[in-house]
Design a protein around this ligand. Structure first.
Ligand SMILES: Cc1ncc(COP(=O)(O)O)c(C=O)c1O
Length: 475
């Protein structure tokens, strides 16, 4: 064994003076072949996963024991009876009880290329062959450069965004965004944010989030001015929002630093908003030198273009944009004007080499037929929404209302949209084979973050299960 390694070292060293060792690792056909063989072998196992399966009695007890133990250890039970085995195929995932589920929420939107995607896995393994696990702001490797370059390139096509700074999650990307906006517009501190917004879990992002349940017992810092949302039933809603903004501004003149909005509210209910709603608000902010920040943590890569600001043609106005989830880490993008002073944003971790490598691969894959008006994302949206509307008008008799959203973000209101009903519906969907989640308040809605690799036959299966679950009722 040792002699083989020594022999290889000798071969690698011969003539290596022209190539960095890092490049030798990157370009070595033997390493490439081993990575391919490794993932191909794993995929042979994953290919056994075909479609939804019920739990297997052989594994039910051990799975329950693991889930109970996890719940005790973290002090709160799991939301779904879900511990993954580490195996999956496309939109399907194997759980510890032997069941296979159709995963339409994907860890709240992380696995846009589905489970065990061989290209994503290969990229992740390549990223993990680095000398380090986590890359840092002080210690970037090549994946850091490549992903930053890609993000700046795709963001810069339709906006003035020029820079990208990594964070480990959406919340931290948002923290950077807020600090950048406040520093530039210092000493202004107040924030315009939408009603029902969700911005993450740090102290400040909980303040920005408009959900009392997510900040019970936390102090209120009174730094957020809440703008009412677009309401498709109210033709006056744009005027009302602008009026609210102006009224707040007259009380807090020179003290508003930033307007933060999700192009479509995620947690807030997946109700698309027309461009014309945002334009007067943005225009007012621009006139008053208030930063325009689009929180695209949930919308990024899902609306049929990379950015929802492209889909909604708002790119020329954004000063700061935050993303996370699909790209496997967080990032804050900003214009030259908003480039912060040294020291404001940093942090030990930027992300793992394997996250960066996999994130880059996912972005490349998305450019292969998923984006654009004729891309797969919009085709998936249409198929799903048409199917849901058809069910609502036929067998489901208005118990599956208001199907909509943008691209891979799809929601509908089951029954009357009451919280308890929707919670029960989610549990029943899970039992019948679909992993889903909720969003919105009054009504509460069923939320899907559909993986881009879903096939038409999987959508048909999803619709059959939704129909069956509605017809089972809520008893
Ligand atoms: C719009 C929006 N902003 C911020 C976040 C927070 O991101 P993370 O959970 O990665 O911290 C989320 C997460 O769901 C989100 O949807």
């Amino acid at each position: 064994m040792l002699s083989t390694i020594l022999e290889k070292i000798k071969n690698a060293t011969t003539g290596s003076d022209e190539k960095l060792i890092g490049r030798q690792i990157d370009q070595d056909p033997v390493i490439e072949g081993l990575v391919n063989d490794l993932i191909d072998e794993v995929m042979v196992k994953n290919q056994q996963i075909q479609t939804i399966q019920k739990p297997n009695s052989k594994f039910i007890n051990s799975a329950k024991e693991k889930m109970d133990r996890t719940g005790v250890l973290r002090g709160r039970p799991l939301y779904h009876s879900y511990i993954g085995t580490g195996a999956g195929r496309g939109p399907y995932v194997e759980l510890e009880d032997g069941s296979v589920k159709l995963d339409l929420i994907n860890g709240i939107g992380i696995h846009i290329m589905g489970h065990s995607n061989p290209r994503v896995m290969k990229a992740a393994v390549r990223g993990s062959l680095s000398d380090i696990i986590m890359q840092g702001n002080l210690q970037p490797n090549n994946e850091y450069l490549k992903l930053t370059e890609k993000l700046v390139q795709i963001a810069g096509r339709k906006s003035k965004l020029k820079h990208a700074w990594f964070a480990t999650c959406g919340t931290m990307a948002n923290e950077s965004a807020l600090k950048i906006a406040r520093q530039k517009n210092s000493p202004a501190k107040m924030i315009f944010a939408m009603k029902n917004a969700f911005a993450g879990r740090s102290t400040m992002m909980a303040e920005l989030t408009d959900n009392a349940a997510y900040k019970q017992g936390l102090p209120d810092y009174n730094e957020v001015l809440r703008i009412p949302n677009h309401d498709k039933k109210d033709p006056q809603s744009t005027e009302k929002a602008l009026r609210a903004m102006k009224e707040y501004y007259s009380k807090h003149e020179k003290d508003v630093s930033v307007f933060c909005f999700e192009p479509m509210l995620g947690e807030g209910g997946f109700q698309p908003v027309p461009r014309d709603f945002y334009l007067p608000l943005i225009d007012f902010c621009k006139q008053n030198k208030i930063a325009v920040w689009a929180d695209e943590v949930q919308t990024f890569a899902r609306t049929g273009e990379f950015f929802a600001f492209e889909t909604m043609d708002l790119g020329e106005y954004v000063d700061i944009v935050t993303i996370a989830k699909t790209v496997q880490l967080g990032a804050t993008l900003y214009t030259e004007e908003y480039n912060p002073k040294p020291g404001l944003i940093a942090g030990t971790f930027s992300g793992s080499g394997s996250s960066m490598s996999a994130g880059l691969e996912i972005l490349d894959m998305l450019e292969e037929g998923y984006l654009g008006p004729n891309g797969r994302i919009l085709a998936i949206h249409k198929k799903f929404i048409d199917g849901l509307n058809h069910l609502n008008q036929t067998t489901c008799k208005n118990l599956l209302q208001d199907a909509g959203g943008m691209g891979l973000m799809i929601a509908f209101t089951p029954f009357d949209g009451k919280k308890d009903q929707v919670e029960l519906f989610i549990k029943k969907l899970f039992k019948n084979g679909i992993i889903a989640f909720s969003c919105g308040k009054e009504p509460v809605r069923i939320r899907f973050l559909v993986p881009a690799i879903i096939q038409d036959m999987d959508i048909h299966l999803a619709l059959d299960i939704i129909e069956k679950t509605v017809l089972e009722g809520l008893s």
